[in-house]
Design a protein around this ligand. Sequence first.
Ligand code: UD1
Length: 405
Amino acid sequence: MKGTVSIQGSKNTVLPIIAATLLANGVSVIYNCPHIEDVKVMCKLLECLNVKTTLTNHVLTIDTSNARYACLPEELTCKLRSSVLLLGSMLAKWEKARLGMPGGCAIGMRPIDIHIDGFKAMNVNVDCDEGVLCCASSGLSGCDYTLRYPSVGATENLLIAASGIESVTVLRGVAKEPEVIELCKYLTSMGACIEGIGTDVLIIKGCALLKSVTYTNVYDRIVAGTYLLLATAMNSEVRLTGINDISYLKNVILVCIKLGACIIKINDSIRIASDGFVKAGDFSTGIYPDFPTDLQPVLAAVLMRASGESVITETVFENRFSIAKELSKLDADITVDKNKMIINGKKEIQGHTVKATDLRQGAALVVAGVMARGYTTITDISFIERGYEDIVGDVASLGVDIAYV
Ligand code: UD1
């Protein structure tokens, strides 16, 4: 495998930022926005609130000048997890919100209790009526709230709401993922005052009149990580461009090196070389800066051909092992025991028909298909299109025989 891939803009960074644009009245512009299904659905949700959106050539323009309160229908909210982030901006703007339950990948129970408890602490009444979230407040107020777990989504939701009200909010035990840091920077540029960015405690002095701003999205660290792991598994020489802040990828790079790859950074690109011989080992997912849970299925695929027994311990989601069943169809030796996946590496993996059941598991099947002998057919690829702009084009540009059928 040889070639260069330009890494798309980050999905998980842009989605909360799209939700946050609602806090301003005017035109916000986001550069380097990926053309992916989740962004399109998020824009449709904003359009329900009479917000105008256009996405052309990776520039997303959002005009909230005529935003009007409305309920958000479940047929849209159920399509992605980040729909729940509109709760924060709608509550700050209108002191009420009514929306269907959020969806997203089926990788565990994915409750929203931390979001809800946080909003309750901000003086919001929350009811759930036949799958519809009904929230209202007689006036949102700042609070001092400790998250029982550093949930990325809950941190983002509460951060957005706190930034849009004239009050001081202290959030303790927050997530420190790069996506949270980018959201903090964005809200700060809109006019909110946020202290403690990148630490466990955020002190937010909000403002009811935030301004519309322009933002350039960062690269997608999970897409970059997918291609780094793919290159590690193959005999390859690959360059990834658009990597403006390599620190967001540190743990993935360390894992690729542990697996046997050689990696160097040149300006805003990464060069990776591998002989395709993968070393077995023990790995664990964790909250940032540990190895991201989103790349756990991809790592599992890479370990199918490692030099012995490997173990991956999943610590973030309680049921994120759908990859095991599909990789077994490729003749991989893989078992699941509680929160661990045990993978016995084999010399040969055989192509087969497999089914994508969530976004990252689907991407892992692409990696597995490249590694396997013969052809692999992946069905239900709409899951992959939720987050990867052009995985087929990217992988084909590295010399792989891959196509839509
Ligand atoms: C985000 C990412 C997702 C990534 C995950 C962890 C987006 C759109 N998605 O998801 O790709 O895998 O972070 O890095 O950015 N939890 C609760 N109660 C809550 C909220 C979460 O118990 O109210 C639990 C979850 O069930 C899970 C853990 O906390 O076990 C982590 O979830 P969270 O950090 O909230 O992930 P998301 O924001 O959903």
